[in-house]
Design a protein around this ligand. Structure first.
Ligand code: PHE
Length: 338
C-alpha cells in the first residue's frame, strides 16, 4: 500500500506530537499540548475534518490512520499525565520509588561526636560560671601570636606550624592565618571588657601537622580564661578537677605536669589515666603578666588562669577511640556509633 499525502501528514504529526508530549513535564505544558493537538481546533481535529475533501479510497485509508493516531495520542497523553503525578515536581524517573516495598524508618541525623563532647564540656564550665564566647577560624597574627607573648622570630612559634593565608607583616595586626589555637580569644575577650572575666570559647584550629593516631591538622579546642583579683593556681586546679570529674567520673585519675606555653607562667598540662597510660588532654597555666599588660590590665592587681582542652582527645578517652583521624574522615560507620 502506498501512502498518500494525507497519510504522510498524519505520520509526521504523530512524530511531532509524541516528541512534544514527552517533553511536557508540568501541567501547563500538558494542557497546551492537549489543546494544540487534540483540542476542538487542534491539528488532529483539523485533519479529521479535512477527510471529507479526499477521494473515497484515500479517505478510507487516511481516516483509519487518523483515528488510530487519535487513540494512540489519547493513551500517550494519559500515560504522560500519570507519570507526571507519580514523579511529582522533581522530575525523577517514574519508577524511582517502588511503592510496593515495605516501609523503612528514615535515617536520623545526629550531632558529630566532637560537637557532642564540646557541648558536654561547655555545660560543665557554664555551670561553674564560665560564659561561652565564639571566635573566628581565620585570625590575625597579632592575636594568634603577638598578644600571647609569642613575638615574631620567637622559637615558640615553631611549636605550631601555621597555615598562613597572608604572611605579610605590614601593620600591627601582622599576617592572616588559620588559627593554630583558640587562645587568641583570651586577648580578644580581655580587650573588650574589664575583669572579672570568666569565659570558655570552643572552635576549630588548624596546623600543618604530619597526621598520626593522635595528631590531626584540624581539630577543636575549648579555651578557658578567668581573670580576677586574687585568683591562684588552686582555682585553676579546682576548676580542672571538677571538669574532669564531670566528664570522666569521680574515679578517673588525672595528673598535672609542668609544661611550657609562652602566655602562661607557670604552665602545666593535664593528663587522664587511660588503661594505665597517661593521655594529655589540655594545656593550662596562670596568665602571663605580659599578656595582661598587652590588653591594658594591671598585673599587680589582677591574676588569672587559662586552659585549652582538646575535645577530640577527651572523646577518644571517653569512648575508647584509637585514632583521632576517624573524626574527620566522615565515615558513617564511625559517626553513627555516637
Ligand atoms: N593554646 C595551647 C595549645 O594549643 C593550650 C593552652 C591554652 C595552654 C591555654 C595554656 C593555656 O597548645
Amino acid at each position: 500500500m502506498t501512502s498518500s499525502a494525507a497519510e504522510e501528514t498524519i505520520s509526521s504529526l504523530k512524530t511531532e506530537a509524541l516528541e512534544q508530549l514527552s517533553a511536557a513535564s508540568d501541567e501547563a505544558a500538558l494542557e497546551s499540548w492537549r489543546v494544540e493537538f487534540m483540542g476542538r481546533k487542534g491539528r488532529l481535529t483539523g485533519i479529521l475534518r479535512n477527510l471529507g475533501s479526499l477521494e473515497s479510497d484515500e479517505r478510507r485509508a487516511a481516516g483509519a490512520a487518523a483515528n488510530r493516531l487519535k487513540g494512540e495520542l489519547e493513551s500517550a497523553f494519559e500515560e504522560q499525565v500519570a507519570a507526571g503525578k507519580r514523579s511529582g515536581a522533581s522530575g525523577a524517573a517514574p519508577d524511582a520509588i517502588d511503592v510496593t516495598l515495605p516501609g523503612r524508618r528514615p535515617r536520623h541525623g545526629r550531632l558529630h561526636p566532637s560537637t557532642q563532647v564540646i557541648r558536654e564540656m561547655l555545660d560543665a564550665f557554664n555551670e561553674m560560671g564560665f560564659q561561652t564566647v565564639e571566635g573566628n577560624e581565620v585570625e590575625l597574627e597579632r592575636y594568634n601570636f603577638d598578644m600571647l607573648n609569642i613575638p615574631a622570630d620567637h622559637p615558640a612559634r615553631d611549636m605550631q606550624d601555621t597555615i598562613w593565608i597572608n604572611r605579610e607583616r605590614d601593620s600591627i595586626d601582622g599576617g592572616v592565618l588559620l588559627r593554630t589555637q583558640t587562645s587568641p580569644m583570651q586577648p580578644r575577650t580581655m580587650e573588650q571588657q574589664d575583669p572579672p572575666v570568666r569565659i570558655v570559647s570552643p572552635g576549630k584550629c588548624f596546623r600543618t601537622e604530619a597526621t598520626d593516631a593522635t595528631h590531626e591538622w584540624q581539630f577543636h579546642q575549648v579555651e578557658g580564661l578567668a581573670v580576677d583579683e586574687g585568683l591562684s593556681f588552686a582555682d585553676l586546679k579546682g576548676t580542672l578537677y571538677e571538669f574532669a570529674r564531670r566528664l570522666f567520673g569521680a574515679d578517673r585519675k588525672v595528673r598535672f605536669r609542668c609544661d611550657f606555653f609562652p602566655f602562661v607562667e607557670p604552665g602545666v598540662d593535664m593528663s587522664v589515666d587511660w588503661n594505665g597510660r597517661w593521655v594529655e588532654i589540655l594545656g593550662a597555666g596562670m596568665v602571663h603578666p605580659q599578656v595582661l599588660r598587652n590588653v591594658g590590665y594591671d598585673p599587680e592587681k589582677y591574676t588569672g588562669f587559662a586552659f585549652g582542652v582538646g575535645p577530640e582527645r577527651v572523646a577518644m578517652l571517653k569512648y575508647g577511640i584509637e585514632d583521632i583521624r576517624h573524626f574527620f574522615s566522615n565515615d558513617l560507620r564511625f559517626l553513627s556509633q555516637f
